[in-house]
Write a protein that binds this ligand. Structure first.
Ligand code: NDP
Ligand code: MG
Length: 379
């Protein structure tokens, strides 16, 4: 029986993680549930899972009487404080955005293993996170479906090194839109992801292809691969979750239905696979699997991410910070979709760069990027 701290419990990944836990009560128990401001959502989950510890960034007016036996933490450091109190074996980090970085760093200190969904932590603090995992001999298991696929292919490779990684990409909700239609795409258009159901921020990132750009940087850190050995393939059916190519030209791929409970369960159960009673891939019903090259003319964010990765020196932090800021403004209806690549470009062109050597320096660079993005948006 492993105890799991579910960070970002009220979100898309968090609730699917709790679903895996609920279906495997003999293997896992949620000992910590954390969220930011959705107190009602957290109360509901706490009644089902009965964790020892809970945290919310924003303190609610009161805690219901039936949940007062739980140890509660509130405020800006609530997630980290709760982690330290929980003594969970594993932390599943599904906080959205750079806000998850300090939680991931803390989880590497206090838990045995970190199951990582929060890609922004690696994009912004990749070196710091990987160094800490190595120094403290902690296992960092990917939950992002592409990275889980690559990890599974490498596990099957019997120690043979990958020559190239191929990340597959659905193409997002605007894949077939013209440049003009992309410029004015509405929040409703953008949130209609063709194959996956996810939180708002990542769904916008999928539509701009920034998500794939962030995943290239994530793969670079997780698998120690340089940018020119990480390729992106558009694959609208989202059946192949990613591939690895070896020096003899052979490719290994991992396939499955687009259901995050697959990669979540794989990370939680690792090194064993846990049973899943849901639908299976029906090969006979699959009419075709198609592949294409990303169109960087309509979706330049993916190119900016490669540029930031090659440039280093804090550029991925700037890319991510500007993106988080402008995506937030887009979701509030304050700016049009076309502003996303423009604001990111502006921040990349005007930032004062430095290689962050601490989490504080990462947050300072992030703050600078957000200010630049707001300036680009005239805010
Ligand atoms: P959601 O928006 O659905 O959920 C985010 C969770 O994080 C919520 O529980 C939210 O709490 C919490 N949260 C938000 N801000 C803070 C903060 N400042 N401090 C602590 N907790 C906070 O996101 P997703 O579940 O979609 O994504 C989570 C992460 O996983 C992202 O990094 C994403 O890129 C990655 N990921 C997601 C996939 C998916 O299928 N959804 C697939 C692969 C990766 P509250 O509800 O109170 O706001
Ligand atoms: Mg992914």
């Amino acid at each position: 029986m492993r105890t799991v701290a579910v960070l970002g419990a009220t979100g898309s990944i968090g609730t699917q993680t709790l679903d895996v836990i609920e279906k495997n009560p003999d293997k896992f128990r949620a000992s910590l549930l954390s969220a930011s401001s959705d107190a009602e959502g957290l109360f509901r989950l706490a009644r089902i899972h009965k964790p020892d510890v809970c945290s919310l960034i924003r303190q609610p007016e009161s805690i219901p009487d039936d949940l007062k036996n739980i140890q509660w933490f509130f405020g800006p450091t609530a997630t980290e404080d709760a982690l330290k109190a929980s003594k969970a074996d594993d932390a599943l980090c599904a906080v959205v955005g750079i806000a998850g970085l300090s939680a991931v760093m803390c989880a590497l200190d206090v838990c045995e293993r970190v199951l990582l969904a929060n890609k922004e932590a690696l994009v912004t603090g990749g070196n710091l996170v990987m160094e800490k995992a190595k120094k403290r001999k902690k296992m960092l298991l990917p939950v992002d479906s592409e990275h889980s696929a690559i990890f599974q292919c490498l596990e099957a490779a019997n120690g043979n090194e990958a020559e190239r990684i191929l990340l597959t990409c659905s193409g997002g909700a605007l894949r077939t839109f013209s440049k003009e239609e992309i410029e004015h795409a509405s929040v409703t258009d953008v949130l209609k992801h063709p194959t996956w159901r996810m939180g708002g921020k990542i769904t916008v990132d999928c539509a701009s292809l920034m998500n794939k750009g962030l995943e290239v940087i994530e793969a670079h850190h997780l698998f120690q691969m340089p940018a020119d050995k990480i390729d992106v393939v558009i694959h609208p059916q989202s059946v192949i979750h990613s591939m690895v190519e070896f020096k003899d030209g052979a490719c290994l791929a991992q396939l499955g239905l687009p259901d995050m409970r697959g990669p979540i369960g794989y990370a939680m159960g690792y090194p064993e696979r846990i049973s899943y009673e849901g639908k299976r891939l029906d090969f006979k019903a699959l009419s075709s699997l198609t592949f294409d090259t990303p169109d960087t003319e309509r979706f330049p964010c993916i190119m900016y991410a490669y540029e930031a990765l090659r440039c280093g020196n804090g550029a991925p932090v700037v890319l991510n910070g500007a993106n988080e800021e402008v995506v937030g403004a887009f979701l509030k209806g304050e700016v049009k979709f076309g502003e996303i690549p423009r604001a990111v470009r502006y921040a990349l062109d005007h930032a004062v760069y430095m290689q962050p050597k601490s989490i504080e320096e990462v947050y300072a660079l992030d703050d600078q990027a957000r200010k630049l993005a707001r300036r680009a948006l005239g805010m």
